[in-house]
Design a protein around this ligand. Structure first.
Ligand code: GLU
Length: 353
């Protein structure tokens, strides 16, 4: 008995020592690079034209003095594309790589470099498909690496600062740009050119990142990462989901064309509260009758789309996007359609994620 107690005590002390050691060691961060302006290069420092995704992760890291003090950083080049060419294939590769590396206790966090154009939907996709509570932080820049006052190096420094912060754990995929920490659910790109392009207009930022130190204000309340039911480990491709934009006299036959071309889901970037003209409503109702799922989102930047406001969703079989903009609605609907579901079940997903 006494021998056993001594044995248990020994194990407890060893565990405490290894914990103390873990706290002492420099954190390890894996950077998965995908391209974007942060890896962009121009011929001069003051021109607006440049080539996106031209600089490797090693060159990017070399431009950030002091990053090695925050963490031991290892870079992996997953792709090198402008994010207009981001694909679900590349994103699934990123998600799978994170899921594999997250099992390694020596890896403390992840940073993904990415173009800003589609950053919000990629962040949302990863938020739903990575299965770890370790920090996963996306980062980009608005100015190429060769520009005067390039914003990439400090953004990258701050992203690593968030990735090593134990306080960042369990908050889902975060985006760090221009000193702000955004939740994948909430951020959106609001300016084609300004450095302060990302806002989280409805929910506000998750926190502030400042030279490697962070202040967290809130935790996103939607399901994500370890609580997400979406599993892409064996998925080869996602079903086609199109977005059709509403407006004055908008052409309804784009909805019919989308159905003909094999879309399994259609997101309407509607006017106002997810509205559309009569011809579009009729076309969308035809699509539903053919088994295509129709989500009503909005082209408006803030607010949410509720059920049965000006359209009878119950009768028409439509789904309301709640707080998700069209591009994020497309991501959620694509993942939702990986298995057979009823419209009511998909509606519930739009409230949960
Ligand atoms: N189109 C580029 C991209 O999304 C430029 C935008 C950026 O990264 O800031 O990768």
């Amino acid at each position: 008995m006494r021998a056993m107690t001594r044995h248990a005590l020994g194990i407890a002390m060893l565990a405490m020592l290894s914990l103390a050691h873990a706290a002492d060691r420099k954190p390890n961060v894996v950077i998965l690079a995908t391209g974007g302006t942060i890896a962009g290069a121009a011929a001069t420092g003051t021109q607006s034209g440049y080539t996106s995704g031209a600089v490797t992760i090693d060159a990017m890291l070399a431009a950030v003095p002091g990053i090695d003090k925050l963490a031991t950083v290892k870079g992996e080049q997953i792709s090198n594309v402008g994010s207009q060419d981001m694909s679900f294939d590349i994103l699934m590769k990123v998600a799978r790589r994170i899921n594999a590396l997250a099992a390694d206790p020596k890896v403390d966090g992840f940073v993904i470099t990415h173009g800003t154009d589609t950053m919000e939907e990629s962040a949302f996709f990863l938020n739903l498909t990575v299965k770890t509570n370790k920090p996963v932080v996306m980062v980009g820049s608005m100015r190429p690496s060769t520009a005067v006052s390039a914003d990439g190096p400090l953004n990258l420094y701050n992203a690593v600062g968030v990735a090593v912060d134990p306080d960042a754990k369990g908050r889902g995929v975060l985006v760090v740009m221009n000193d702000r920490i955004h939740a994948a659910h909430s951020l959106t790109k609001t300016s084609t050119t300004a450095v302060e392009t990302f806002l989280s207009p409805v929910r506000g930022v998750v926190g502030i990142a400042s030279y490697g130190k962070n202040d967290f204000y809130q935790s996103p309340s939607w399901k994500h990462t370890t609580a997400s039911e979406f599993d892409i480990s064996k998925v080869k491709s996602l079903p086609r989901v199109d977005i059709v934009y509403g407006g004055v006299d908008a052409a309804a036959d784009l909805i019919d064309a989308s159905v003909e071309r094999g879309a399994k889901g259609i997101v309407i970037a509607g006017v106002g509260n997810g509205n559309m003209n009569k011809a579009m409503v009729d076309a969308a109702a035809r699509a539903v009758k053919k088994g295509v799922f129709v989500v009503r989102s909005s082209r408006v930047a803030t607010g949410f789309v509720g059920r049965n406001v000006e359209l009878d969703d119950d009768k028409l079989g439509f789904i309301a996007s709640d707080e998700l903009n069209p591009q994020k609605s497309r991501v959620l609907l694509s993942l939702a359609l990986l298995k057979p579901r009823k419209a009511a079940d998909i509606q519930a997903l739009f409230g949960a994620y």
